[in-house]
Design a binder for this molecule. Structure first.
Ligand code: NAD
Ligand code: MG
Length: 372
């Protein structure tokens, strides 16, 4: 994949980038104070009506501002309970109930106001309602602004597995108001930073270098640093998605750190570690295994570990999981094809590769030394 070039020294207060997916392409707008700006919505709302989907935590903070931005439209709203445990079919149905009760037609635009849970559910509702209505993402967590709102994956969980029921449905626009991050718990901000670091590692070395200096500014919510990091992250995700919209190949690189991370999340019980925390440690573990294969220098592993730690993320896996359990958990990962464990590893900082060549004994040794 071609390089993105240097990080610009000064950034405009408001940035716009375009996800290039032909007729399903859409803009991502990033900046402060976008929530209540009518110009952010007017070009993308289809028809006269909108249905805002939010939750009990985010709505009291930001619903009024968003409603002000949407004042030109007839506004409906549905406020769901907060939590990953409500990302299910029963809660999804409440969106359909609201749409039907208010006799919303296909000219209704759904607007997701919240983190990834709300974005995934509102997006899936939009994919299904009357066989598909338009939707706009208004992400309010860092993770949602750099990851879940971009790429068109929507869905809900099933008791048998996370995100097992869903659809690809691209939004009309993503409106990322960085001012909303002021109320986000610090732990959630760190979790989002794990995915930001991931983009640098996959295919953007200049971004990784930049992050090594700028993480304190990001954690302090410095506007210019945030706008730069979010825009660059979205650019990275967007070009990987554009190359592989439905996950046939390239898109798998976005799973860097995630095979290890999923094992941590599942092995410790979902919710104990935040997803981003598990991914942060997963990035370090992927680097360590890459070094063991002779693909990555020890100094690079040290830099990766230091950057992850500076984000306020854990870098060491839980010692409670046996190596047999680790392999078992990693083998149920959806990246297993034809019985071979496929992993995303590093040939350098900014150079991720998908490989099926890993000897399980080497993997076991790498995990054991990470736990020590
Ligand atoms: P989340 O949506 O649960 O948000 C985390 C917490 O922060 C919640 O309690 C939420 O109510 C609260 N919150 C949100 N915005 C806030 C704000 N501005 N101020 C204060 N509190 C706020 O979690 P998340 O990390 O945003 O998203 C995780 C979800 O995203 C998972 O369900 C995951 O499967 C999904 N995801 C989807 C994709 C995709 O491509 N579709 C990619 C990555 C993750
Ligand atoms: Mg992730």
């Amino acid at each position: 994949m071609s390089a993105l070039g240097p990080i610009p020294a000064a950034v405009a207060e408001r940035q716009r980038l375009d996800v290039d997916l032909g007729e399903r392409g859409y803009p991502i707008v990033i900046g402060r104070g976008l929530l209540s700006d009518p110009d952010c919505y007017r070009p993308f709302v289809v028809g006269k009506r909108v249905m805002i989907v939010s939750n009990e935590t985010v709505a009291p903070l930001y619903l009024e501002a968003l409603r002000a931005g949407l004042a030109a439209f007839e506004i409906e709203q549905v406020i769901l309970p907060d939590g990953e445990c409500y990302k299910d079919l029963a809660t999804l149905n409440r969106i359909f109930d609201a749409l039907l009760e208010r006799r919303c037609g296909r000219d209704t635009t759904l607007i997701a106001l919240g983190g990834g849970v709300i974005g995934d559910m509102a997006g899936f509702a939009a994919a299904c309602y009357q066989r598909g209505v338009p939707f706009i993402q208004v992400p309010t967590t860092l993770l949602a602004q750099v990851d879940s709102s971009v790429g068109g994956k929507t869905g809900v969980n099933h008791p048998a597995g996370k995100n097992m029921i869903g659809a690809f449905h691209q939004p009309r626009a993503v409106i990322a108001d960085t001012a909303t991050l002021a109320t986000l718990p610090a732990r959630e901000l760190s979790a989002g930073l794990a995915e930001v670091v991931k983009y640098g590692l996959i295919a953007d070395r200049p971004f990784f270098d930049w992050l090594e200096d700028r993480v304190p500014a990001l954690r302090a919510l410095e506007p210019a640093a945030l706008a730069t990091a979010i825009a660059r992250s979205c650019q990275n995700k967007a070009r990987i998605v554009a190359a592989d919209e439905r996950e046939a190949g390239q898109r798998a690189l976005l799973n860097l750190g995630h095979s290890f991370g999923h094992a941590i999340e599942a092995g410790t019980g979902y919710g104990t570690w935040l997803h981003g925390e598990a991914v942060g440690t997963g990035l370090v573990m992927a680097a360590q295994l890459s070094a063991r294969l002779g693909w990555l220098e020890a100094t690079a592993v040290a830099r990766i570990r230091a950057l992850v730690a500076s984000c306020g993320l854990p870098t060491q896996p839980p010692t409670s999981l046996s190596s047999a359990r680790w392999l078992e958990l990693m083998a149920v990962d959806k990246k297993v094809q034809a019985g071979r464990l496929r992993l995303v590893l590093l040939k350098g900082i900014g150079e991720a590769v998908l490989t099926a060549d890993v000897d399980p004994a080497l993997l076991r040794a790498s995990i054991a030394s990470a736990q020590a």
